[in-house]
Structures are given as structure tokens and as C-alpha cells.
Design a protein around this ligand. Structure first.
Ligand code: GKR
Ligand code: MG
Length: 433
């Protein structure tokens, strides 16, 4: 028996042989927000961690130059690691990005989003590999499922019918949404196609009184769907104070009405609703002040910038510790992110709200099997089957999307610049209202 154990321990485990980061661009509709309007192409990066026995772990992250630069600095340092060694991953990425050795230093009070994003991008790929090696779905490696499926919400946007400059592809088939009836129609299609049971309106675009009328129209058309509104910090504290009575009985939570943690703390003093955020509490270093001010009652977790899937689970523990609810944030993303969000969502007992996803707004995919891999039922998803994340790369799609990155000319998301094509005097300073 001892010999057997020794033999088992001496079995050679696969090592990381190569790490590749491929920037991609995919079509994105002209969705409006407080900053401006989405550009025709959304940027992401696809991370591949390949082992010396030919397995490939996948990750998906941001595609801006800062993220790509950090991923590039770190990727070579991961070669040779056992993919089970996520502590070494954290240390090496930390050193590559900050230039400082990792000694478990406290999370900075100012946040460390760029570093955590780089760690998270690789961590998902390492965990994908670990679960592939163990022959189990990723959610099992993360402790097992606490639910059968993960619920997502309809994510509504005011939008233009088409992009200002011809992007070289046909306009999306959602049409314009600039008034209440069009927003209700957009919701009907989303609820009909995906079965979503909760609704979030991206706001901060029009005068808040107009946007509240959109909410009222939604309430009338969908009397039983929980509603949320998210102006991305576009309102002042005083505007939020004036609006607050109008939300009574209308919203399940109010997301980022104002633009800073201190202001959220001010709003929390008179808010009659839970306040949610993916803007003011975005790193572990922000948690102490958030708790001190009682500024936020729901944190929208996001493995992309909290440092990965295990960090997301740790955040959920903090939620239980401090009585803060957990929901999930999204940006424009493809299937590797959606698979990772769904796997981790399967494991978080206090994920009490339907998660955000931009997925219905996308038409392209980078995973084998395309968008068919993700079948929403009653607004919820079960993770793709198979070991690990359960998704593989479609190499031809990767090369098409990479070519789009090379030719699209966008290197950093800039919704304000895009909006100035429609309105040359556009000013994206906040608060807008
Ligand atoms: O895609 O326009 C957008 C959103 O506003 C996005 O940028 C936000 O990060 O979805 C996000 C949010 O909930 O704040
Ligand atoms: Mg938000």
C-alpha cells in the first residue's frame, strides 16, 4: 500500500507547455449607455493554456491594450507550471504585472482591477485544465452544484437601428429602441426567445423621468418580472433622492445610480431599496469601505475582474459574512465567458438574483458548435456538458474574429467617441442628470 501511494504521487502530471493570447473583435449593436454608444466591434481576448500532453484550457477576457499588455507580460512565466498550481499562477502574474514579488500583501484600498483581471483570465484556463484532467465538469471541481441551472435576466438597452458608419455587415435585427413601446417590444422578444424571468434596463441615456416611464411600461407588460435599472452612475445624489419614491414597489434593486462609493454611501442613507453595484465595489480592497459605509446591499460579481472563479466564490463568502447579496455582472462577451459564468454560478449558494448577460446581443461565437452550445430554457442555462468548461475552440472562427480585430481599427472601447459621430457636442461627464 505505501508503495502504491508513492507510485501514485510520483505519476508525472502534465505541465504548461505554451500559453497563447489571441485578441478578437466581434459584431456589436449600437447599444446606448450613459457614456455613449457601443462601437460596431467589441474586443475580447481568448486565452489558451496548452499542456505538454496536448490538453488546452480556455479563458476569455477583455481585449483592450492594457489587458493584452498584462497578459502578454505574464504568459511566458506560466510555462512549466503544473496547472493545479494556481498559487504559483497568482504569484507569477502578480510579479509580471506589478514588478513586485507576491508575499500575500493586503489588497490595495484603491482596488487592483487590472491585476485581478490578468489573474482571472489565466485562472479560468488553469481550472478548465484541472477539471479536464479530473474528468469532471468545472462546477464539480469548484465544489459541486447547488442548483440545476443558472438564471439570467433580460438586459435591455435603448438603441439605434444602425451604426453611424457602415461597419461592413448588415444591421442587427433588433431595430431601434428609443421609446417605451420599442423597449417593451425588445423585452417581449427577449422573454419570448430566452424565457427570461427578470428584466434589467440600461439607463442613464435619457432624462430619468423618461426612463422611469419606460419602467412603468415594462411593469404593465410584465407584471410579475422583477425589474432593475442601471444608469451607470449617471445621476447625482440629489436626483436619486428625488426619484427614490417613484421606485417604490417597482424595483428589486437599484444599480449604480451614482458614480462613487462615497455617493453610494450617501444614497444608502435614504434609499428604500437595495443598492447594487458593479462600479464602486469592484475589488477586494473596496470591501472594507463598502461595509463601513453600508453603501451597497448587492454586489454584482464578475470573475473577469475579481480575479477568477475561486475569487468569485470568495466574494460570495464575503457576501454571507457581511449580509451583502450577490448577483452577476456582464460586458459584451462570447461563450467561453458564458460557460465560466454558468459553472461558477452553479456553485454559489447565495447567488440570489438572475445574472446579467449581454449574450442575446451577440451573433458570433468562437466555440465549437457556435451559439447552439447555449440553450436558454426559462431564462436559465445549464453549463455545457463534458469535462472542464465543456467548450472547445472553433479554430476557423478564432481566426475570423482575430482578423476582424486586426482590421477593425479599435484598440480600446470608447463609447463616447462613437457617440460624437452622432452628436458632435456629446459630453460623457457624470453625473449627467
Ligand atoms: O455594455 O453598455 C454596456 C454596459 O453599460 C456595460 O458597459 C456595463 O459594464 O453592463 C455593465 C453594467 O451593468 O454596468
Ligand atoms: Mg451595472
Amino acid at each position: 500500500m505505501p508503495n502504491q501511494t508513492a507510485a501514485a504521487l510520483s505519476v508525472r502530471r502534465p505541465r504548461v507547455a505554451d500559453v497563447r493570447v489571441t485578441p478578437i473583435a466581434f459584431r456589436d449593436p449600437p447599444l446606448l449607455n450613459v457614456v455613449g454608444v457601443h462601437e460596431p466591434w467589441a474586443l475580447r481576448s481568448i486565452i489558451e493554456v496548452e499542456t505538454d500532453d496536448g490538453r488546452i484550457g480556455l479563458g476569455e477576457s477583455y481585449g483592450d491594450l492594457e489587458t493584452l499588455g498584462n497578459l502578454d507580460k505574464a504568459k511566458g512565466r506560466l510555462v512549466g507550471l503544473d496547472p493545479h498550481d494556481t498559487n504559483a499562477l497568482v504569484a507569477r502574474v502578480h510579479e509580471a504585472v506589478t514588478g513586485q514579488p507576491f508575499i500575500g500583501q493586503p489588497f490595495p484600498a484603491a482596488g487592483d482591477k487590472a491585476l485581478a483581471s490578468a489573474i482571472g483570465a489565466f485562472e479560468v484556463a488553469f481550472l478548465d485544465l484541472q477539471a479536464q484532467i479530473a474528468g469532471c465538469p468545472l462546477y464539480q471541481l469548484l465544489g459541486g452544484a447547488v442548483r440545476d441551472r443558472v438564471a439570467y435576466s433580460a438586459y435591455l438597452f435603448y438603441k439605434f437601428a444602425r451604426h453611424k458608419d457602415d461597419p461592413g455587415y448588415p444591421p442587427d435585427d433588433w431595430g431601434e429602441a428609443l421609446d417605451h413601446a420599442q423597449i417593451v417590444d425588445q423585452t417581449k422578444r427577449m422573454v419570448n426567445d430566452y424565457g427570461f424571468g427578470s428584466i434589467k434596463l440600461k439607463a442613464g441615456v435619457f432624462d430619468p423621468d423618461f426612463e422611469i416611464e419606460s419602467l412603468r411600461a415594462l411593469r404593465k407588460a410584465f407584471p410579475n418580472h422583477p425589474l432593475r435599472i442601471d444608469p451607470n452612475g449617471g445621476w447625482s445624489v440629489e436626483t436619486t433622492r428625488r426619484l427614490m419614491p417613484r421606485f417604490d414597489g417597482l424595483l428589486e434593486y437599484l444599480e449604480d445610480p451614482v458614480n462613487s462609493l462615497d455617493e453610494m454611501g450617501e444614497v444608502a442613507k435614504f434609499s428604500t431599496l437595495p443598492l447594487a453595484t458593479n462600479m464602486v465595489t469592484v475589488a477586494f480592497g473596496h470591501v472594507p469601505k463598502t461595509v463601513r459605509l453600508n453603501a451597497v446591499q448587492v454586489i454584482l460579481s464578475d470573475h473577469h475582474y475579481w480575479g477568477g472563479l475561486r475569487a468569485t466564490q470568495a466574494l460570495a463568502h464575503y457576501g454571507r459574512t457581511f449580509g451583502i447579496g450577490i448577483s452577476m455582472h456582464s460586458n459584451s462577451h462570447l461563450g467561453i465567458s458564458l460557460a465560466a459564468m454558468t459553472h461558477v454560478g452553479m456553485t454559489i449558494p447565495n447567488l440570489a438574483y438572475a445574472c446579467d448577460t449581454h449574450y442575446p446581443w451577440q451573433v458570433e461565437e468562437v466555440v465549437d458548435g457556435g451559439r447552439e452550445m447555449f440553450r436558454f430554457e426559462a431564462g436559465s442555462l445549464s453549463p455545457p456538458s463534458g469535462p472542464g468548461l465543456g467548450v472547445k475552440l472553433d479554430r476557423s472562427a478564432l481566426s475570423t474574429l482575430h482578423h476582424q480585430y486586426v482590421t477593425c481599427g479599435i484598440r480600446k472601447r470608447d463609447d463616447a467617441k462613437e457617440m460624437r459621430k452622432y452628436r458632435p457636442d456629446w459630453n460623457s461627464a457624470r453625473p449627467r442628470f
